[in-house]
Design a protein around this ligand. Structure first.
Ligand SMILES: O=P(O)(O)O[C@H]1O[C@H](CO)[C@@H](O)[C@H]1O
Ligand SMILES: O=c1cc[nH]c(=O)[nH]1
Length: 266
């Protein structure tokens, strides 16, 4: 990886971690708890959420209107049980803050499903990766936990998710992801470096979601499907957002896992 300029000795603001529990805008003081399901799927798949409303009668519990529009919390029945579904937003700050809100509302066990770029050519389009750890190359997690290179995902929550995938015969691999804030600064040097330190995928939320969940003491697991390919000489988009069957399938698995996780942690 090329390094430019002289290394100067100063602390970037993100390393100024404040361990105070109480924030000025404390979610539990500004958001009232309500009757929401304990099990919650957090997803970035807007198309899947739209179909849940159209075909499975999902109803909006809370609109969650932000400046860019709504990020609703919905409820749908899954395998005869109540399930909450959060239509999250892309990027660590928004995904992390929306998780804060649904924790304050009363959701208690979380499974995240999304997409990610593949850093290895064997990770074919649609391959599932259960996240075991994330490189903290984003900013949000530093506001929740002291600075460190990576964060481990909750192992107990991860094994509940893995068990559901195995029982349903869904092939997957387990590994570390690279959470970035800057998808247009994934340089060849950084990609090689992250691959060398064991990352399978790149996405934009995992490290932040794991940090918020650990800070608030709620179980959270994450699974992604491999989308675009960053392993070759040039970027291959692989039309990854068109995989509606894979997205439906992954959502369904995440829903079953969220219910199992809610039962296991009750
Ligand atoms: O949005 P999902 O499907 O998680 O996947 C990835 O795609 C988005 C960037 O294009 C980021 O959110 C990143 O995490
Ligand atoms: O953050 C992301 C997500 C998908 N693909 C990328 O290259 N980066």
């Amino acid at each position: 990886m090329e390094q430019t300029g002289q290394q100067r000795h100063f602390h970037i603001p993100l390393t100024e971690h404040d361990s105070a529990r109480q924030a000025f805008i404390e979610p539990s003081e500004t958001i009232s708890p309500r009757d929401v399901p304990g099990a919650c799927v957090i997803t970035f798949f807007g198309d899947v959420v739209d179909r849940l409303v159209e075909r499975r009668g999902a109803r909006v519990l809370v609109e969650n209107r932000w400046e860019d529009g709504p990020h609703p919390l919905l409820e749908v029945e899954h395998l005869g049980e109540r399930l909450a579904v959060l239509r999250s937003g892309v990027g660590a700050p928004l995904a992390g803050a929306l998780l804060e809100e649904v924790i304050a509302m009363g959701c208690r066990a979380f499974v995240v499903c999304g997409g990610a770029g593949a850093l290895h050519s064997e990770l074919t389009l649609g391959h599932f990766v259960v996240v075991s750890a994330a490189i903290r190359d984003e900013g949000t997690s530093y506001h929740y936990l002291p600075a460190a290179r990576s964060i481990q995902f909750d192992e107990a929550a991860r094994s509940v998710l893995e068990e559901v995938l195995k029982t349903r015969g869904a092939p997957f691999v387990v590994g570390q992801t690279w959470t970035t804030d800057a998808p247009y600064r994934e340089t060849p040097g950084k990609i090689a470096h992250r691959r060398a330190e064991g990352c399978l995928t790149v996405e934009m939320e995992a490290a932040a979601l794991a940090a918020v969940a650990r800070f608030r003491g709620v179980p959270l697991a994450q699974v992604v499907y491999c989308g675009d390919d960053l392993a070759g000489d040039s970027w291959d988009h692989r039309s990854w957002q068109n995989l509606s069957d894979v997205r439906e399938d992954l959502f369904d698995l995440a829903a079953s896992a969220a219910i199992a996780l809610s039962r296991a942690s009750a």
